[in-house]
Design a protein around this ligand. Structure first.
Ligand code: HEC
Length: 104
């Protein structure tokens, strides 16, 4: 009986560790969203400026402003509110803020 309880405990522990919801995957989510939806215009390093896109490394926008432009778009940049969830938008906004920093 004791062994049985232990086995259940071990299985539960392994499951908890493998469950992606448990680990903090926010950075990964932002990166994968960026690669799929933003790289086209902004480039993997944020420097590409296709169709008049801004160099994200020079952006001084706050997280809220980024969420806003990603959600609603601006000029050539398409709105993503029908494409991405609020969670994805927030993750990718955070990703651009953390990853592309001004060299200055
Ligand atoms: C169709 C091309 C295109 C795609 C796709 C695109 N953008 Fe943009 N992005 C632009 C353009 C053009 C601007 C400049 C808008 C302006 O101010 O005129 C811009 C501006 C921005 C800015 C503001 C930079 C600043 O400081 O002015 C951010 C942040 C941004 N994009 C993030 C993203 C993210 C994140 C994604 C993916 C979810 C994305 N963009 C997808 C074209 C694009």
């Amino acid at each position: 009986m004791k062994q049985y309880t232990l086995a259940i405990f071990v299985i539960a522990l392994v499951w908890a560790c493998n469950n992606p919801g448990v680990s903090n995957s926010d950075g990964d989510l932002g990166q994968s969203v960026f690669k799929k939806n933003c790289k086209l215009c902004h480039g993997a390093d944020g420097k590409q400026m296709l169709n008049g896109a801004k160099d994200l490394n020079l952006s001084t926008m706050t997280l809220e402003e980024r969420i806003n432009i990603i959600t609603n778009g601006k000029k050539v940049m398409v709105p993503f509110k029908d494409v991405l969830t609020a969670e994805q938008i927030k993750a990718v906004a955070q990703y651009t803020k953390d990853t592309f920093k001004s060299g200055k």
